[in-house]
Design a protein around this ligand. Sequence first.
Ligand SMILES: [Zn+2]
Ligand SMILES: [Zn+2]
Length: 204
Amino acid sequence: MTSEIISILGYFNDSNYYLINKNTLVDTGTGEFSDYLFSKLRENGVEPDDIELIINTHCHFDHIGGNYAFPNAKIAVHRLDAVSMRNKDTLGTGGSAFLINDGANSRVDIELEDGDEISGFKVIHTPGHTKGGICLWDGENLISGDTIFAGGGVGRMDIGGDYKDMKNSVEKLLELDIKNIYPGHGPIVENNGKDHIKLSYSML
Ligand SMILES: [Zn+2]
Ligand SMILES: [Zn+2]
């Protein structure tokens, strides 16, 4: 069984936000536009307090910045990216996400590993954009963070990333029969996800 994924496209420089099964949020944006995110959640019948779990695809500021707006939620991120958050490392997170809220978004409650199951998804460790970047996979849908974008894009590799890692990660994704892709930025891919992964691989 696949999960219900509601896509909320990122406002301005926020990452996209994905609402799963009405109680889990994948990525929270920069934190500057939490009011916008709240209004979108409410449009879907979800109060911010209903969010029990936040999964961050990686530690960059435009994905974790809004975590502080959900004090009741548990925060899950890959073990290797948890380090940058806990250390409030502005270099590793690509920006000063911690300055606007006294570091309240540096909290990590659950450290993820490759192969873990969470909210009906399998965690796939896909380093390359960051050391601890992950994709979430439910057998049909791939939430890809900044690893893969629509149209054959891959995430930049100059903020804690690595080209060789990226190539291996995309190779790993090629093995999956991906229907839909929910990337960290830009449009969603419906139905021919695998073709977009192939295109990304050919561009590396
Ligand atoms: Zn991003
Ligand atoms: Zn990123």
